[in-house]
Each structure stands twice: as C-alpha cells, then as structure tokens.
Design a protein around this ligand. Structure first.
Ligand SMILES: *Cc1c(COP(=O)(O)O)cnc(C)c1O
Length: 393
C-alpha cells in the first residue's frame, strides 16, 4: 500500500528551517569533500566541564535513589543552590520554592513559556536578530511574533520608545537576551530600569535569557536583569549551566523570578516532561557552588581567543570592536556582499564555517557571526586563510 501520506500540522509547516541544521549540512558536505574545516558556526564550548562537576555526577550516579523519577520542579536542594547563587552573583533574593524552576536546558524553557502565556493569535515581542527558538516557541503556541530591531547605533539594545504603544499594548510577552547572541551586546542598569517600566506600562511579561551572563571579559561582570528593582514583578530570567560550565550536553538550566509565571511554566512542564536526572542536578549544585578560579580560567581562554580573532579581523579591515561578553563576534559584511553570500564564500574559499546574520532575523542581514569555541591557533589559521583568499572587510 506504500507509505502513508502524512499531513503535517500548520505549526510545523510555518517553521523556518532550523538555522544550525542548515549550516551543519553545508559543513558535512565540505567535510565529505575532504576540507579541513574550522568551525566558527555553532556556539558550543569546546572546553571540558570542570572536574569537580564530573566527579559529583559520577558519585551521584551510584546512588539508586537518583535512578527514579525526579521531582518535576527540580530538587529543592538544586533550587536552593540556584537561589544562593543569585544572591551571591546578583544580590537578588529568590524563594527557591516558588521563584525557581529547573529546566532541561534554557532552550526548553524558551520553547515552553509561550504555551503558558500565549493564546492563539496573541503576540510576543522579540529582538531581531535573536535566538531562533523565541519565534518557534511562539509559533507552536499559535502566537504571532513581532520583531523589535536591534541597531548598531543603539548598541544593539531595543529602542523601547520606538515600539508603537498599540503594538506594545497587544503584546503579552517580550523575549530579550543580554549578553546577546548573536550580537554579544551587553545591557546596562539604565536599560533594565526602562524595561521594567515598559513592562508595567504595557502589561507585558519579560523573559530575559541570560545564558551568557558569566562569559565576560576584562574582569567586568555584566549587570543582571534580576539585579534591578521590580524585575521580579514583571518577569523571569532564564539561565543555563550550558555555557558557563561547558555543560551543553548535560541539559540543565533554570528559570527564576515572578512566581505566577514560574508556576505557569511549571504547570506546562509537569504535563510534558518529568524533570532532570537527579544525579545531574547534584552535579549542578556542585557547579553553582564552585569557586571562581575555574571560571576565571575559562574566561581567560575566551578572552585570549577574542583578542586574536578581533585583532586579526581588524587587520583585514573589518570594523569590529572586541565584545565585552559572550563568545561571539558579530561582524559587518564587506560592502556589496549579503550575509549568506559571505558565509558561503568563507566556507568555499577558506573552509571556515560561520553563521549568516539573517539566520537570526531579517535585521541580522549585513552581518555574519563567528564564535570563539576553537583554539587561538585555529583562529589565527582562520585569519591567515582569509588573508590568503583576499577577503577583506
Ligand atoms: C545556547 C543558548 C541557549 C540554550 O542553552 P541551553 O541551556 O543549552 O538550552 C539559550 N539562549 C541563548 C541565547 C543561547 O545562545
């Protein structure tokens, strides 16, 4: 009888192709062709998870009590470790019982949050460029995405005054992310103060994605959203152990803030997943209680890489400044070349994988993104290849 003709749901048909899957395919083709690829595409730390965290997992994995279903909302001891970490890092006070929720990575929180807040036809605001999952999660909930452009002249912060009030009044949710992927922009306290006032004025739940708050340079930790007065009244912050502790494969993150939003997200999750393997949560506690030295060492490595890549790009005539945080460099294309042309050119002529800016939204056109997740030697080699190929900014 042959294979059933499957009629896909509209929410799948409406999805743009997942950006990194497309890049990965291009990369696989180049590898199959024998190229020595330098992958500056996906933001996935190449450094190992610090040893005490791995040892903690090994120990916890031996405990049969950890082999059963975990608590849906996360072990209280893990949520307490999150609250303690927030107190130490941001001087923010959180109730671990009602204002902290464990997540299977922050991506999971992004994807499920709209299900808790968005009815079909409702709108969510999100920055453009931005992390593609904000749009996908909104679409899955039947919502409509409204993109707020990030411009270089505003330091890649959204101009809240430029959002038409009637658009803001309609919106229920606003996704933002600082330090930013892909722009590496950092928000300051004045911006967050304005954001809290904006959320109150238009009754919008803020979802601040802080995946990169601990990847910072020159000894300057960025201000956190939960640090400013009133943040907890208007929204939540999503966080992750992925980027901070080189734990992308472990799948552990958390949401903190407004207890109504946290509770609603927890309700969605209770019906979909069954929490994080408890041994991983035990290791997560070890991570959050880690002294600063291993993290300072990781930051030092990224900073050296940043300096090699940025000075190399500058020597080729690209107009880039060293990012203050995150492991991304957001680079204007050479004149007359589109983002996807630039990415294809770098792959074809230099075997360098990068990400086209327009993959993060229409306002990302004109840029491409390089990551700092390879060694300084490889970054220097990338610059060398670009120079030999005559690629200049
Ligand atoms: C990497 C990343 C995430 C996802 O992190 P996980 O915790 O591994 O799911 C979320 N948001 C942004 C902006 C990211 O770059």
């Amino acid at each position: 009888m042959g294979k059933l003709q499957v009629e896909l749901a509209d929410r799948i048909k409406g999805l743009p192709p997942y950006l990194f899957a497309a890049i990965d395919q291009m990369k696989q083709e180049a590898i199959a062709g024998g190229a020595d690829i330098i992958n500056l595409g996906v933001g996935d730390p190449d450094l190992p998870t610090p040893a005490p965290i791995i040892e903690s997992l090994q120990k916890a994995a031996n405990n049969p009590a950890n082999h059963q279903y975990p608590s849906y909302v996360g072990m209280l001891s893990f949520r307490q470790a999150v609250a303690d970490w927030y107190k130490r890092r941001f001087n923010a006070t959180l109730d671990p019982k009602t204002e902290v929720l464990s997540l299977i990575g922050s991506k999971e929180g992004v994807a499920h949050l709209p299900m808790a807040l968005i009815n079909p036809g409702d709108t969510a605001l999100m920055t453009d460029p931005g992390y593609p999952v904000y749009e996908a999660g909104t679409l899955f909930a039947g919502g409509k995405s409204v993109f707020v452009p990030l411009k270089i002249e505003n330091g890649f912060l959204p101009d809240l005054d430029a959002i038409p009030p009637e658009v803001a009044d309609e919106a229920k949710l606003f996704f933002l992310n600082y330090p930013g992927n892909p722009t590496a922009a950092v928000a300051d306290r004045a911006f967050y103060d304005k954001l809290v006032a904006f959320a109150h004025r238009h009754n919008i739940v803020i979802c601040h994605d802080a995946a990169y708050s601990e990847i910072y340079y020159d000894g300057n930790p960025p201000v956190g959203f939960m640090e400013v007065d009133g943040a907890k009244e208007v929204g939540i912050e999503l966080h992750s152990l992925s980027k901070t502790y080189n734990m992308t494969g472990w799948r552990i993150g958390f949401a903190v803030g407004n207890s109504n939003v946290i509770g609603a997200l927890g309700q969605v999750k209770t019906n979909i997943d069954s929490g994080i393997f408890q041994a991983i949560q035990e290791a997560g506690i070890t991570a959050l209680e880690l002294e600063d030295a291993p993290l300072a060492a990781i930051r030092h490595i990224y900073q050296e890489r940043r300096d090699v890549l940025v000075s190399g790009l500058q020597s080729l005539g690209f107009k880039v400044e060293p990012p203050k945080a995150a492991f991304y460099v957001w680079i204007p294309n050479p004149a007359g070349i589109s983002s996807s042309e630039m990415t294809a050119k770098l792959l074809k002529e230099c075997a360098i994988v990068t990400t086209p800016g327009n993959g993060f939204g229409a306002a990302g056109e004109g840029y491409f993104r390089m990551t700092l997740c390879v060694s300084t030697d490889r970054l220097a080699e990338a610059i060398d290849r670009m120079e030999k190929a005559g690629i200049r900014g």
